[in-house]
Design a protein around this ligand. Structure first.
Ligand code: FEH
Ligand code: ZN
Ligand code: ZN
Length: 356
């Protein structure tokens, strides 16, 4: 009698199965690691606006092939190691570095997979981005180099560090040269990323931190996160903020909205020689012209996610107690509710999905 293979183990997952349709909560085969791969048992996965862009985007907008599991902001513990995945142990608690690159170019070799030179050739961009991600009970990671130990950090705190935390940290690192003693940083948008940026600025620079948002609830979050001043975005906000800088303007503006309104505000607040970091993907437009509205000597950056080394630095900040992520917890099975709440701007801080 022929040997029969035992039935494959299964798991629950939130998957993109058709473009323009709500992701489906269903059952798929549980991943098994091959070669240098590592399987992580997921404890928490953050929900990002990019997940909405993927879920709501039309066919052809992204190079990804269906179906795949969403979730690019993942924490859990190592549950299985491929035969070539040396140096790690099962049970180790980790956060997953999400922007997987080609793994061969100079950028990937340097741990800057977020700026992989071959990104344009790939039909995926990382965990939950065309490859199966962590909105599931298990996730298969291509290599242990994408895993950062989190020690005893709660998974619900650790997961958002891999995207919201890392993206905010990378943006602050990019402008930190302008943020010495006596300077001012402005954070536009105090949501899942912005509230962490406020904390990271307070923990890693001597700057005064001013925060702006369109929601009253976000102003309270800004204050809880350590902002020296927080105000609603209104007609005269640039004047109000500039007054808080003694009239010289902000040495750095980190725009987590990236809309026409936020970019206009940033332009009106920026100090000559200041840094504008456009982090949010709000589709806003900025005219770069000389002479023009932007002050002389200003520098513009469009940071994307962060590096593997920076993820370890963010985790270390969080483990030191310098970072607290405001989260709203949803069971994985309630992912559709979480997506809806995020779409309606009704999530305070970061939504986190928890399997089981
Ligand atoms: C991921 C993939 C593509 C675009 C933007 C993102 C961000 O969510 C990463 O922080
Ligand atoms: Zn994201
Ligand atoms: Zn690469």
């Amino acid at each position: 009698m022929g040997l029969t293979r035992p039935p494959a183990a299964t798991m629950r997952a939130v998957r993109m199965t058709a473009w323009g349709e709500e992701p489906a909560y269903g059952t798929v085969e549980r991943p098994v690691p091959r070669g240098a791969e590592v399987v992580v048992r997921v404890a928490a996965t953050g929900l990002c606006h990019s997940d909405l862009h993927i879920a709501d985007g039309p066919a052809g907008a992204l190079p990804y092939r269906l179906p795949f599991t969403l979730g690019h902001e993942v924490a859990g513990e190592i549950s299985a190691l491929g035969p070539d995945a040396g140096g790690r142990t099962t049970g180790e608690r980790v956060v997953v570095y999400g922007p997987w690159g080609c793994g061969e170019c100079d950028r990937c070799a340097a741990g800057r997979d977020n700026y992989c030179d071959r990104r344009g050739e790939l039909d995926w961009h990382g965990a939950g981005l065309g490859r199966d991600g962590g909105m599931a009970e298990y996730v298969r990671v291509p290599s242990a180099r994408y895993l950062v130990p989190i020690g005893d950090l709660p998974a619900e705190q650790a997961a958002p560090l891999s995207d919201a935390g890392l993206t905010s940290y990378h943006a602050v690192v990019g402008v930190r040269g302008a943020l010495g003693e006596g300077t001012t940083a402005v954070v536009v948008g105090v949501g899942g990323l912005g509230h962490l940026a406020v904390q990271i600025l307070r923990a890693t620079t001597p700057s005064r931190v001013l925060a702006v948002d369109i929601r009253e609830s976000a102003l309270a979050l800004a204050h809880r996160s350590g902002a020296h001043f927080a105000t609603l975005a209104q007609e005269d906000t640039a004047r109000v903020l500039r007054a808080r800088t003694g009239g010289v303007g902000a040495d750095a503006v980190l725009d987590f909205a990236g809309t026409n309104a936020s970019l206009e505000l940033a332009t009106g607040v920026l100090r000559p020689g200041g840094e504008l970091s456009v982090v949010g993907s709000g589709g806003g437009r900025l005219t770069v012209r000389k002479p023009g509205a932007l002050p002389p000597g200003c520098r513009l950056s469009l940071p994307f996610w962060g590096t593997r080394a920076e993820l370890a630095e963010v985790v270390a900040l969080a483990r030191s107690g310098a970072l607290h992520v405001e989260t709203e917890r949803f069971p994985l099975s309630a992912a559709a509710e979480a997506f809806g709440r995020l779409r309606r701007g009704q999530v305070r801080g970061r939504a986190v999905l928890v399997p089981g």
